[in-house]
Every structure is written in C-alpha cells, then in structure tokens.
Design a binder for this molecule. Sequence first.
Ligand SMILES: Nc1nc2c(ncn2[C@@H]2O[C@H](COP(=O)(O)OP(=O)(O)O)[C@@H](O)[C@H]2O)c(=O)[nH]1
Ligand SMILES: [Mg+2]
Length: 500
Amino acid sequence: MEELLKSSIIKGFVLSVFGELGPTPIYCFPNYVTEKEFKELSKESKDQGHLILTYRDITQISIKNLSLFISDKIVMEEKDLTKIQYFAILPYPDFNTTSLTYFHFIRRDSEDHSIPTAFSILAEEKSRSFLYNNINRIKPVVTEFFKIFDKKMLDSYPPRENVEKFFQDLLTELIEIVKNPSTPITTHRKMKILFAGLDNSGKTSFLLSVDRKYSKLIGLKPTAGASIKSIEALGATIFLWDLGGQRKFREKYINKAEIYLYEADLLFYFIDIKDRARFDESIEYLQNLKSVIEEFNQNTPIVYILSKGDADILNTGEIKENIEFIKTKLRENDQDDSLETYTTSIFQIFTILRAFSSGISKLSPNRDLINHNLKKFSLMTESYLTLLLSVDGLVLANFYDKQTMGLTKIPKSEVMNVFEISAPQFTVLFKIFSKFKALQQNEALFRVSNTVIFIKRIQIEENDMFLLFLVDNENKKDKIDEELPGFLKYTQDLLLRYIA
Ligand SMILES: Nc1nc2c(ncn2[C@@H]2O[C@H](COP(=O)(O)OP(=O)(O)O)[C@@H](O)[C@H]2O)c(=O)[nH]1
Ligand SMILES: [Mg+2]
C-alpha cells in the first residue's frame, strides 16, 4: 500500500474520530513516523513527493478536521446524526497538502451517542484540482466504503494491520479514477459553465450584467454559435459559454456534444417568461440538452433562469400565470426535488447576481459545511438572515430562519430557496450592501423599518468578504462580535478552498 501511495496522486489517508480525549487519529496510511525518524530522513526522500507525517502532524489534521465539523461542542440538536454526511476540501499548508474529507457519525456499542468522524484523502496541494474535478466520482466510492467499514468499528478499532487490506482496496478503486480523471490534472482549477436557452431568451444580456460587476471578463475566440468568456473568481478560472440559441446552433450543440456539453460543471438554462408562444419549444430543447448530459453521466447541476421578470410586470396576472406554468413544466421534468429557479431582470442587477452566485456555490464542495457553520452562528446570534458575500456581491453562503420570519405557513411541497422567500428584503439588503461598500468601512449598522442590518468586512487571506446580518435590534451586535472569531476559525479554511 505504501508503494501505491508513493506512485499515486493520492498521497495518504487519515481517519480520525472524536473520542473521549477529543480528536484522535485512528488510522493513517502511510504509517506515521516518529519525530526521531523524521529528523533522520534525508532531505531528498522528503522532497520526492512522499507524504511523511509524524504523529503530531496527523493529530493536527484530526483536530483541524473535527473541530471544523463539530466546533468545540458536539451539537446534538439534530435527531438522527447518522444521516449527516458532508464532504469538504481543506488545506493543510504546513504539509503542502489538500484533502477531500468525508465527515459522518458512527454508532458504537460502547457509547450511547454517535461519534463524529473525519476521513481525509490527502493529495499534494498542487494537484488539488483533481479532488475538485472528480469529487462526484469519489463521493460514492467513499460513502459505500464506510457503509461497510463502519461496522468493523462497532466494538473496537481493529489494529491497523487488520484493516490495511480494506484501505488498500479503497485506494485501488480511487486509483481507477486517477487513471481516467474527468479533466486533466492541472495546478489551477478551470471550470465550464454553460448558458443555454432559445435565442432571445436573455443569455447575452445576463452575461453582460455579470460582466459589469466583473470588469475582468475576458472575451475568447468564438466557437461557431458559442461565445466563450472567462472570469477569475475565488482562485479559479471560470469559462462561461454563451450558447447562441438559433435552431441551427441548437442542433450543433447536441450533435457535437463532446465539444459543447461535455464536462460542463454547471448549466444555466434560460426561459423568457414573456414569450409563452415558445414555452413548448424551450422545454423540448431543454429535454434534448438534458438527455445528452445524462449520457455523459456528469451530474451537471442546472439552474433555471426565468428571464425578463422586470419589476413592473412581475405582478401582472399574465406573467404570474406564465411563471407558474413554466415551474410546473420544469418540475414534471425534474426527478429530484432540488429544482432551482430564479426570476431575473437586467434592470435589477441583484436578481442576476443572486442567480449567478447560487450557480457558483453549486461548484463549491464546501458549501454544505459552510452553510452548516453559518446556521449555527446565526442561531447563536439570533439573526433572521445571514449572508456571506464576496466583494462582487456573490452570495457564498446564506442562512434564513424560516420560523422567526413567520414563514411556516408556506406549504412544504413548495421547493424554496432563501432568495425566493426573501426577495423583497433582498432588494433592500442589496442596496444597503452597495452603500456599505462605498463607505469603505469595516462595519456599519443600518436601520430599516423595525429591523437592523449589520454588515462586517472580513478578510480571508487577501480576499475581502462580507457578512450581512438582519437582526431585530442593535444590541445583537455585541453577540455577533463575540461569536465571530469562533465562526471564522472554523470557516476560513472552507472559504479559502471554496472552489479552487
Ligand atoms: N425587459 C427585459 N428585456 C430583456 C431582459 N434581458 C434581456 N432582454 C432583452 O431581450 C432581448 C434578447 O436578449 P439577449 O440577451 O440578446 O438574448 P439571447 O439571444 O438569449 O442572448 C434583447 O433585446 C434584450 O435587451 C430583461 O431582463 N428584461
Ligand atoms: Mg445571445
């Protein structure tokens, strides 16, 4: 196994549990070395890309992983902890290593509570794009592995030599993925986002609005029908493919899918909500795109843009009816219930940015854990709504307290997201956010009718980010200030590796 690890992009495994004595590494491959051995190892052998860790190092990894997952205390609010599963990509700059870490709880005979665990697949920092790009293929392999392996840890943790075989089999399976990575392994993460929909559905205008926020949008050579631009965001290069929607091009995308649709990380699909006459045509095109994407087995998430929802017409009977009609159609076509639709208008930039950021956040393996931390933070500070925003106003994470906002009346079947619920508030929030940035301060309070909006600038390495809180009174500021360092401690690494 040690030999396999040496020659692979995967450099090691560390499994830790939160035991009696706190975070504890249980298994580590390759085996750790003593401090003395570490000192004696020649510089060359350390430089050869082998991962050499001491017990102190793997303990450090354990502590970092598990404290991210459960903070200082084990949160028992959730009833069935064994259902919780998170993946995240985490940096360990001290070892030049990045991990894809799987967090879950295990049950053991000897304990009456579930035990948090973290399993890290370690790769060299410079090849971490492999982890991002192949996460969807690695995830099922790891979860299946633990479905079986958890049972081996029921009454004791078997000695390392007795379990090595299992981890070796897991490694072999992962090496199969390494052999056929979904994209070439590079030092820099590159992503492909598609913008598709019929002609005249508002794709290019949407991109122009994004462009206005990102002055750096770079135009590339157009590919028959498709115009490709790129942005540098959060450490990655994101290629935006605007797929012109005239019929002749649509056929081309399907026929030459290996160029246009292959390895898309995300698809924004546009429907002009004013153009009822073309709804059927649009749904048909969508189905064609989806079936090709499914053939590639890519799991490309889709965000639906209901475009041209300008404020002045949004509440007319006709438009409301159109939107309902489209949503029903989309729901009929979507097996899972994660359907995400955004009504946008180029006359309200925040509608574009919230849709765009929702898409970007889908590219982040760390989104769930960041949201999980933000939720805990919001509950502690009794914030109704908390947003974590990038400089450009992209919403990187959000928490929305449905109960406090009196939204329990909304039928459960209705698939909602924070922005749909809070659209009216969001207009205000966004205006205030812009005002705040113009002020160039580190924090500010704004009173809006009977609520208070509190914004704080935070720094994650060289990036400025912003936390925006909607609270009932300004005394909450003290509590927020008090809890913020704790939140940042557990969240900054997740933000640092948000998408790249
Ligand atoms: N009222 C309104 N018009 C829009 C909006 N977005 C796009 N349009 C208009 O719709 C037309 C087609 O937009 P375009 O972005 O070129 O569509 P594409 O063919 O999908 O790229 C243009 O005349 C735009 O000005 C919107 O949000 N509101
Ligand atoms: Mg266009």
